[in-house]
Design a protein around this ligand. Structure first.
Ligand code: EPZ
Length: 421
């Protein structure tokens, strides 16, 4: 297994181009199942999760061509050959559940493996299922699969999500585009990836209003047509690289970064005395006075502070001038990076969903282990500031969500290298 070795202590200077969003692309690709015409996605990220989704869609009969070195995905589901999403693919990536709504809406039936457990939490899909039942689907959970059918098609309905789940909102939004009548999703998730999905679906002929607000209205149509859609920038990749100069010093410009995608996060960075400038090409980040002020951070659904940046923010706060508090309110087990940061000399106490971080003068390099995608990159960030070498193992987690991470950081002067395992 590959490892990444980071030699820390060097300030970063340069620019990083932000890629298309993994979490947008993973819901845009299944949208291709809603039409028999081609869907083309530009600005696609080149990640192992995108390849897993490609395998899944191909197993259903959808053609997927990766053009221009993978930056353009040409999808075509002229005919759905199978409506069964197999456990062997679904177990690799939970987002596979996002084929359920489109398959059911287009074909009137689907057999999708349940995703199973995850390192950061139980992550059930009950809200996806209850929402589809509200649209008239008949569901049967059997042998680890959801067997879903809607022989007369789905019917529009009002459904209030008990929790603003991103995935459930995406699945129901896609399913409702072909349902008979009008669907109203209340307490819907408002993430930029959902706004991007709604834009793409509208380009395919869907009738949608209210995306980005807690209430989305979808008027079902007979059929959808093909379209070309540019994948929105990856706000989590953006936030991750904004923390690199904050933690290691220097100044980095993030090309394609937009403050609007990360309002709450940028506010917190400025509260920590980190400068966030809007440039003509994106955002530039640097320490204002060399000091990192302590923070109280609470993760929430968008537009609140994103849980996918909690681990990276913790890495920065290990060097804060005082005591910080991080409250993880989205996932029940998302502090697994803390014990690894302790190995680098950080001072962190975790009690349930709250972590108290007491800033230290400096971190020291150490061998550490990645446990999930965002935890792994928080260890890379800590390594950029640490004295000596940090060796991060199990970096396959990282490759799921960060395109060419070493190249991007090296371009800013970081000493980061991958060692093939
Ligand atoms: C999406 O996951 C993202 N993944 C996650 O990013 C992100 O952390 C999460 O949204 C929250 O922002 C993708 O977009 C592929 P949720 P999703 O449904 O859709 C509970 C990353 O690092 N819940 O909003 O699975 C659930 O257990 C990944 O890129 C139910 O109880 O998130 C969790 O506690 C990690 N029942 C909370 O809601 C349900 O049916 C949020 O889940 C659905 C969710």
């Amino acid at each position: 297994m590959d490892k990444i070795i980071v030699t820390g202590g060097k300030p970063l200077n340069g620019e990083i181009v932000i890629s298309g969003a993994k979490n947008a692309c993973l819901t845009l690709m299944p949208a291709a199942l809603l039409t028999d015409e081609p869907l083309t996605l530009t600005n696609a990220p080149r990640l192992s999760d995108i390849r897993t989704m490609t395998d899944l869609l191909r197993s259903l009969g959808c053609e997927v061509a990766a053009l221009q070195a993978g930056k353009v995905l040409a999808l075509g589901a002229e005919r759905i050959a199978s409506t069964r999403a197999d456990y062997e693919i679904v177990r690799k990536m939970r987002a596979s559940i996002l084929v359920l709504g489109p398959l059911l809406a287009r074909e009137g039936h689907a057999e999708v493996s349940l995703p199973g457990g995850c390192a950061i939490g139980a992550r059930p899909v009950d809200l996806h299922l209850r929402g589809l039942e509200a649209l008239g689907a008949e569901l049967d959970l059997r042998d680890g699969y959801v067997h879903a059918k809607a022989p007369n098609g789905l019917k529009g309905a009002a459904f209030e999500l008990p929790f603003a789940s991103v995935g459930a909102t995406e699945n129901l939004l896609m399913a409702a585009t072909l349902a008979k009548g009008t669907t109203v999703l209340k307490n819907a998730a408002r993430e930029p990836e959902i706004v991007d999905l709604a834009r793409c679906l509208r380009a395919m002929g869907a009738r949608i209003e209210g995306e980005g607000s807690p209430e989305i209205t979808i008027e079902g149509v007979e059929r959808l047509h093909g379209a070309t859609h540019r994948v929105v920038a990856d706000r989590i990749e953006l936030g991750t690289y904004m923390l690199a100069p904050a933690i290691a010093g220097g100044r980095v410009e993030l090309i394609g970064g937009e403050r609007a995608l990360l309002g709450a996060f940028c506010d917190k960075l400025e509260e920590a005395d980190i400068a966030v400038e809007e440039t003509g090409r994106g955002l530039a980040v640097s320490r204002r006075n060399g000091v990192i002020r302590p923070l109280h951070v609470v993760t929430e659904p968008y537009p609140g502070f994103p849980t996918d940046l909690q681990a990276q923010m913790m890495a920065m706060l290990t060097l804060g001038a005082g005591e910080s508090l991080l409250e993880e309110r989205i996932f029940e087990n998302r502090f697994m990076h803390a014990p690894e940061l302790l190995r680098m000399g950080a001072r962190i106490e975790v009690h349930g969903g709250t972590a108290k971080v007491t800033g230290v003068e400096g971190l020291r390099g150490a061998p550490v282990m990645a446990t999930d995608l965002r935890a792994s990159v928080s260890l890379i960030l800590a390594g950029l500031a640490a004295e000596g070498e940090t060796t991060v193992s199990r970096v396959y987690h990282l490759d799921r969500g960060y395109e060419r991470l070493e190249d991007k950081l090296q371009a800013c002067g970081a000493q980061v290298e991958r060692v093939k395992g």
